[in-house]
Design a protein around this ligand. Structure first.
Ligand SMILES: *Cc1c(COP(=O)(O)O)cnc(C)c1O
Length: 388
């Protein structure tokens, strides 16, 4: 028989990391010891008290059955308490919190609840690819808001044409930002609330990196802004904060009707997050938080080594205030892909080409601080040795 894929799959953008994956295999096959600064996946293990909570919860047969698709009441209450403590934001755990099987799941599903074919979503470029793909899967179209250095990698909302804004149903934002590592100011978020109210746009703020910040910087929750809960929601994840990427647990909070819409989609697609993981998640949110401080200390140390090292060899780089990414301009004469290929084939270092996150990422590469400091030092030495 003839297998024909759907138009939505056929329309998926080409996988921009294919070439780098192929080269990586080639270099590995040559016997090169590769330093992988490509993927944004923490190398530090999940803290032990969280693993122990999972072990204990797994012994209870009550946790082996289908969970609630919107999350255990206990987990959603822990989320509400965490929001109060961390951001001073009050949430109704019954109506304003939904548990997710990782925030990627919620981000990908949300457009199904609010986007009709032909509707527009405002999506940053460069960005985490799921905002655009989720929009496309729902039949919508993304209008890309470029994140430029001269605007501190914040979208210039005033440049969005009013006919686009009128057709827009959703706006995705992500601060601290992957891949640029930029952070958002209160002023910026206030202007977003005003814009969203004016054009009736649901704001979806992805705060996956809110706890990964350095030098005393405390990232804001979008929901701290006056009026924000009437225009939007915030996605959150335990993945980066507690080194739990493999566990698949996150949540969305905010406007009850938006949370409810996402819950309706989920009730028809998945059956919720494993209760054992939710119970471990409660331990993560409410247990000893010194693991978060320790994580930030480790990344800050790596960041400083890399920033210093790259500066010495002439690469312009500002130390990021948050996230475990460095967003670096490729040196003169190199495109993103060319510089990434150079670092890989000559120095055995994997980085990510900025254009893989959207056309406005061209000219940049992203380096993830996901190897220990000795390997980071070695990466700097290798780049110095091969030059550019
Ligand atoms: C890592 C990351 C997430 C978290 O994804 P999970 O599905 O919760 O693991 C969300 N948004 C961005 C921008 C990320 O980089």
């Amino acid at each position: 028989m003839r297998i024909e894929k759907s138009e939505r799959v056929k329309k998926l953008p080409p996988y921009l990391f294919k070439e780098i994956d192929r080269k990586k295999e080639e270099v590995r096959a040559r016997g090169v010891d590769i330093i992988d600064l490509g993927v944004g996946d923490p190398d530090i293990p999940t803290p032990e008290h969280i693993i122990n909570a999972l072990k204990r919860a797994s012994e209870d047969p009550a946790n082996h059955q289908y969970p609630s698709y919107t999350g255990m009441a206990d987990f959603n209450e822990a989320v509400a308490r965490w929001y109060k403590k961390r951001f001073g934001v009050t949430l109704d755990p019954g109506r304003e919190v939904v548990t997710l099987i990782g925030s990627k799941e919620g981000i990908a599903h949300l457009p199904l609840a609010f986007i009709n074919p032909g509707d527009i979503a405002l999506v940053p470029s460069p960005a985490y690819p799921v905002y655009d793909i989720g929009t496309q899967f729902a039949g919508g179209t993304s209008y890309f808001m470029d994140l430029l250095k001269e605007n501190d990698f914040l979208p210039d909302i005033s440049s969005i044409p009013s006919e686009v804004a009128k057709k827009a149903k959703l706006m995705f934002l992500n601060y601290p930002n992957n891949p640029t590592s930029a952070v958002a100011s209160r002023d910026f978020f206030e202007s977003v609330v005003e814009f969203a109210e004016k054009y009736n746009i649901i704001v979806c703020h992805d705060a996956a990196y809110s706890e990964m910040a350095f030098d005393g910087h405390k990232p804001l929750s979008f929901l701290e802004i006056d009026g924000a809960k009437s225009v939007g929601i915030e996605f959150h994840s335990l993945s980066k904060t507690y080194n739990m990427t493999g566990w698949r647990i996150g949540f969305a909070v905010g406007h009850p009707e938006v949370i409810g819409g996402l819950g309706q989609i989920k009730s028809n697609i998945d059956s919720g997050a494993f209760q054992v993981v939710q119970i471990a998640g409660i331990e993560a949110l409410e247990g000893d938080q010194s693991c978060v401080e320790e994580m930030c200390r480790i990344y800050a140390e790596r960041r400083d080594i890399l920033v210093e090292g790259l500066k010495k060899i002439g690469l312009a780089v500002e130390p990021p205030r948050a996230t475990f990414y460095l967003w670096i301009e490729a040196p003169k004469g190199y495109t993103s892909a060319e510089f990434t290929a150079h670092l890989l084939t000559k120095a055995g270092i994997v980085t990510t080409p900025g254009n893989g996150f959207g056309s406005a990422g061209e000219g940049y590469i992203r380096i993830a601080l996901t190897v220990d400091k000795e390997r980071i030092k070695e990466a700097v030495e290798r780049i110095q040795a091969v030059g550019y």
